[in-house]
Design a protein around this ligand. Structure first.
Ligand code: ADP
Length: 587
């Protein structure tokens, strides 16, 4: 183990994030004797990360654009508090190359890769081209001309089903599975509109949609001296809306040969962009074990605890060391993958209701503890889950001598986790962990659609966990649960589509005999897109409004054919539950 003398010591770091990841970084700072400085929005003034930090700076309003995405305010806060470095966490500005560059230009060390590497992996189509040149396998696909006919031809060539993806995409947003040519034109137009609204860039591309695939990713780490290693894989196949909820290592699918080949491909991918610091190379693996590069996340990953369990490394501390200029204190041959780890993401959401986020105050939070159990959380009893941020409350991870041991520990840890006041996915996670297909290690990205579509919360849990919560959530969810209020449901190919609360004479019900319909917001959120204009003719199922609540995209679609009588909202507006967004008149 060679540790080169630190080139640029870090004494004080600004953490440009919130919630559990800010708390996680603060813990690493304490161990490294680095002073952690927090930033916070108006909604987070009393948050755990603010209470734990050595000092904190208010950076603006609750909406992320005014605070955690406000790069000028964040850099100003770092300079004002005399920080010498900035840790971006994940999400928010962590993969914004311009931000990384601005941080460095301000004389601060960015705890992450070089801006050039972030940029090279930032646009999916460009990253894919780079990967092909580096000999890393990619999914058969098409990125090119903008004419509809080009896509029709390309999809024929690729073969259905195909997946439309936004070039600037992330977080599983704006993806649409297309199963037949008759749906391609409409899906393409809708995906382009959504891409503009979510990412400010209409560019989309096609990929072969691989059914029954596994999502397997490799953690990589590079130092400033040219060393680059992988820290084995995480299997993240349990997903809803193309977003992970359970991750584990090792993957039950990989044998040593496939692991070695994928590890090499991950290193080649990272090498192609001279990668430094922590990163993740994501692959999709088909039924016959062919693997394809999906994307590289140029930051610390939510599910990094799984890797920490099986390698015994502290990835956040390693991030700081590498950023200071130290060499990686091990080689590839030194790193081992021991035993088994599983992580469950605890979300404030209702799995029985298309995973609709829930908000409110967590009256009681009692986390499990014991050997082999770890909880990463930014929330304590009495804290609120608001509309502004991701609904992830905590990450529960466990370690076991083998997969069965880890599964048994996870089962009991989930059962012991008490979360009252807000609907959570805890019981859903328990059902997944117990499911025979998961137990056999056979789960693919289709698992939830395949086995869990009809899942209902156990009655006993509803009375236990949800009884005290009668404030925001039940009303919010009832509006959506009402079958009369709902035109469409969760689609594998995209966000959640709702026609919410068609209202007549004050009562909420759906009746195709109606001549006027007021479509309302089922939960508070921000209007991200108004896709139609007054007077415009629309068809049943057409997306009219895009709402974003807690990082989730909610599509409000027409429950029937008609034309738009009145638009009551504008892009950027924060709307409350029950607020009328648009009026639709049937012909
Ligand atoms: P994002 O950046 O929005 O998270 P990714 O490309 O990482 O998008 O994909 C997210 C998830 O979508 C994957 O984990 C996988 O489940 C699914 N997915 C992506 N591409 C494909 C594909 N070509 N075939 C099947 N599933 C895919």
């Amino acid at each position: 183990m060679t540790i080169i003398k630190a080139i640029k010591p870090i004494k004080r770091v600004l953490i440009a994030n919130r919630g559990e990841i800010a708390v996680r970084i603060i813990r690493a700072c304490r161990e490294l004797d680095i002073l952690p400085i927090a930033v916070y929005s108006e909604a987070d003034a009393g948050a755990l990360h603010v209470r734990m930090a050595s000092a904190s700076v208010a950076i603006g309003g609750a909406p992320p654009k005014e605070s955690y995405l406000n790069s000028d305010r964040i850099i100003e806060a770092a300079l004002k508090t005399k920080c010498d470095a900035l840790h971006p966490g994940y999400g928010f500005l962590s993969e914004n190359a311009d931000f990384a560059q601005a941080v460095q230009a301000a004389g601060l060390t960015f705890i992450g890769p070089a801006a050039a590497a972030i940029r090279a992996m930032g646009v999916k189509t460009e990253a894919l081209a780079l990967m092909r040149a580096a000999g890393v396998p990619t999914v058969p696909g098409y990125a090119g001309g903008n004419a509809e006919s080009d896509y029709v031809q390309a999809a024929q060539h690729i073969g259905y089903p195909v997946l439309i993806k936004a070039a600037a995409g992330g977080g599983g947003k704006g993806m649409r599975v297309v199963r037949a040519e008759s749906d391609l034109r409409d899906s393409l137009a809708a995906a382009q509109r959504e891409a503009v609204n979510a990412f400010g860039d209409a560019a989309v591309f096609l990929e072969k949609y691989i059914e029954g695939a596994r999502h397997i990713e490799f953690q990589v780490f590079g130092d400033q001296h040219g060393a680059l290693v992988h820290l084995f894989e995480r299997d993240c196949s349990i997903q809803r809306r193309h977003q992970k909820i359970i991750e584990e290592s090792p993957s039950p699918l990989l044998d040593p040969d496939l692991r070695a080949r994928m590890g090499q491909a991950a290193i080649a991918a990272a090498r192609a962009v001279d990668y430094v610091n922590a990163g993740t190379v994501e692959f999709i693996v088909d039924a016959t074990h062919n693997f394809y590069f999906l994307e590289m996340n140029t930051r610390l990953q939510v599910e990094h605890p799984v890797t920490e369990w099986v390698t015994g490394l502290d990835l956040v501390k390693l991030q700081f060391r590498v950023a200071m200029g130290e060499a990686l204190p091990f080689t590839q041959a030194d790193v081992t993958q021991r035993d088994h780890a599983i992580e469950c993401r605890i979300y404030a959401e209702d799995p029985a209701n298309d995973f609709m986020p829930s908000i409110g105050t967590l009256d009681t939070v009692i986390a499990p503890s014991g050997p082999g159990i770890r909880v990463d959380s930014g929330i304590e009893s009495g804290d609120a889950v608001t509309i502004y941020y991701d609904p992830m409350i905590a990450k529960l991870s466990v370690y076991g001598t083998d997969r069965e041991d880890a599964r048994a520990r996870m089962r009991q840890a989930l059962a012991a986790y008490q979360l009252r006041g807000v609907t959570t996915n805890r019981d859903f996670l328990r059902a997944v962990i117990d499911h025979p297909a998961f137990a056999r290690g056979e789960a693919t990205t289709s698992f939830i659609a395949q086995y869990m579509a009809d899942w209902q919360a156990p009655a006993e849990s509803q009375s236990n966990d949800q009884a005290p919560l009668m404030r925001e959530t039940p009303a919010t969810l009832n509006a959506v649960a009402d079958p009369w209020a709902r035109a469409d449901g969760f689609r594998i190919g995209g966000g959640v589509t709702y026609a919410i609360g068609t209202r007549q004479g004050g009562s909420t019900r759906r009746d195709a005999r109606q001549t006027e319909n007021a479509l309302m917001a089922a939960m508070p959120g921000q209007v991200m897109g108004v896709l139609v204009a007054e007077g415009e003719a629309v068809t049943r199922g057409q997306t009219l409004i895009l709402l974003e609540a807690m990082k989730m995209e909610i599509r409000i679609s027409a429950p029937h054919d008609g034309h738009i009588a009145k638009v009551h909202c504008a892009v950027g507006q924060i709307v409350t539950r029950g607020q009328t967004l648009i009026e639709l008149r049937a012909e």
